[in-house]
Ligand binder design. Structure first.
Ligand code: ADP
Ligand code: ADP
Length: 228
């Protein structure tokens, strides 16, 4: 039961005469409910890989499939639909909409896939309760602490119960203790909802809490032993 599959995946950026090969021939299968950490030096291509997995950029070679559908075979509209239904995203910065409350921000992905406000509201509220933000439903992002904002962003990513959540340094902007709490929360929700997690992190201690760690280095993905 594979939720994300990469076959012979390659990416080279081309801007005029400037050619930047990032990686080639990457193979990756992420199974339903599995948690995978991607580590690697700055510039190794971790964000690029995540963008390809999420259909935000297109591959130069090879193929990414999400929930059994090859990204390159879809129209832009179909790819957008697949992204909204099957994937969730968490970034280093929360990217919550500043003019909307926590509740409204978390309802948004459900409204985008066509759910009614009447159905979306209790789902968003239940997840905000679950991440410890019951007392913050009506607060806007600017009125929340860093940890609270990131927990709201986690709730937003999971509210559609996606097959996989992609996170680019999702705890990278938090202090150590808050980062550890938010990371743990993501793992707990992964277990409860059955969502797979693919998290880019530079923090190998946090990475060790996931099922497996892959290091992206010199254009290749290598499994890291848990002893590293
Ligand atoms: P990481 O996330 O591991 O730090 P990135 O995926 O951001 O690495 O970058 C990998 C390489 O691709 C770097 O050499 C970077 O400069 C280059 N790169 C990233 N995005 C672009 C882009 N939009 N256009 C051109 N080159 C890019
Ligand atoms: P801060 O940025 O203020 O450090 P935290 O994420 O550490 O934010 O949490 C703020 C408050 O919410 C703390 O009192 C913490 O105990 C509580 N809290 C954190 N995570 C949860 C959770 N998953 N469920 C319930 N309460 C939580």
């Amino acid at each position: 039961n594979v939720v994300i599959r990469c076959r012979n995946l390659g990416k080279t950026y081309r801007e005029g005469d400037l050619v930047t090969p990032v990686f080639e021939n990457l193979q990756l299968d992420v199974m339903k409910g599995e948690t995978v950490a991607i580590v690697g030096a700055s510039g190794a291509g971790k964000s690029t890989l995540l963008h390809l997995l999420g259909g935000l950029d297109s591959a130069s070679s090879g193929e990414v499939s999400v929930a059994g559908q090859a990204m390159s075979s879809l129209s832009d509209a179909q790819r957008g639909l697949l992204r909204n239904r099957a994937l969730g995203f968490v970034y280093q910065f929360h990217h919550l909409l500043p003019e909307f409350t926590a509740l409204e921000n978390v309802m948004m992905p459900l409204l985008i896939v066509g759910e009614s406000v009447a159905k979306a509201r209790p789902k968003a509220q239940a997840l905000l309760d679950r991440v410890g933000l019951t007392h913050r439903l009506g607060h806007k992002p600017g009125e929340l602490s860093g940890g609270e904002r990131q927990r709201a962003a986690v709730a937003r990513a999971l509210v559609t119960r996606p097959a996989c959540v992609l996170g680019d340094e999702p705890t990278g902007n938090l202090d150590e203790k808050t980062a550890s709490n938010v990371f743990e929360l993501m793992i707990e929700l992964n277990r409860e909802i059955g969502t797979a997690l693919v998290l880019v992190t530079h923090d190998r201690r946090l990475a060790r809490r996931l099922d497996r760690t892959l290091e992206l280095t010199q254009g290749r993905l290598h499994p890291l032993s848990t002893l590293d």
